[in-house]
Ligand binder design. Sequence first.
Ligand code: V47
Ligand code: SF4
Length: 375
Amino acid sequence: MKMEKLLKSLSIYDILQKAEQGERLNFADGVRLFKSNDILPIGHIANIVREQKNGNTAYYITNRHINYSNICKNRCKFCAFSRDKEESGSYEMDMGEILEKAVAAVEEGATELHIVGGLHPDIPFGFYIKMLREIHESCPDIHIQAFTAVEIEHLSQIARLSVHQTLKELKEAGLGSLPGGGAEVFSPKIREQLCPEKLSGDGWLQVMREAHTLGLRSNATMLYGHVETHEDRINHLIKLRELQDETGGFMSFIPLAFHPKNTELSNRSSTTAMLDLKVISISRLMLDNFDHIKAFWIMLGIKLSQVSLSFGVDDIDGTVQEEKITHAAGAETPEALSVREIIKLIKEAGREPVERDTLYNPVRRKQRDVMLQKA
Ligand code: V47
Ligand code: SF4
């Protein structure tokens, strides 16, 4: 059967046609796509949309994650990373350790630091300001992407400042942008079940709104593969799309595959490749106003991340280094990939690798630096 004829025979043909023609998909369309098992046609249209937005380019970034503390007062049921203060395995890095990691990242050629941690009950606001200032002074060229919307709201409580003022002070101290974590799934019912202490979905969106208004761009995520329904996922994506219509401040969307090991949901199984590819390609189709869909290879796995480059993804995150959140939950991926490895997997997928900075500007390196980085 010819491709067109095959597509026409599908029950979701009307939705695929809408997406290909650039028509916005609605809630019912999204749910129907999740109910369908026609992953190749869905991926095919997601790939067309991906190529319309980003051509044959696949981005990557040279970055380093710093998880400054795992002490957290929230203790979400899906999190294997967090600890109570007195619990064994709890840690907090001091300023010297954080600076050492930042300087090492610069020496390794990183253009971005990704700094997140738990909601520490008693680190004062001044510590976070000092951390940003000192990193910014020692490494003026590196972009600091730090603190999820959930951490920002926590810092505003500690500082007894409005979210707006908190963000303003963090920005003045060197904060460059916000990562997309803490969004989980916006459904109040799911949050009540899995992370009752956490900032609400509307609260998360409000912090992002304030950040975007101040000129701080951010990413967005969705944690999937736990207890959420198709409807919860589509509702989440539509809320992100609505805020993006309003502010235009999101850079990329990153679907995060739930890892159950060592969590209170450890009786659940890991996500399957079918669900991973569905979430990626349906996100690409629903989020028509997002420029980039990013595969966080640490969570998705290296092989599936490569395949995702044909299912809507245009960005393979980065070199990462020392990722703790997913590895605490049993991720079997390495904690870092070299630039050489990232380039190889992008090229073998038939895409053109482009190193980007946090804001998606291409990074131009001197030949000598490239050789050092690839070594
Ligand atoms: O907020 C927690 C999630 C997030 C688990 O913005 C888990 O570029 C899977 O947001 N299994 C932190 N996920 C990571 C994150 C992120 C990662 C990479 C890039 C960016 C970006 C953001 O990880 C948390 C939570 O949603 N998480 N526990 C778990 N067991
Ligand atoms: Fe704390 Fe974040 Fe883990 Fe929730 S996901 S327990 S807020 S570190």
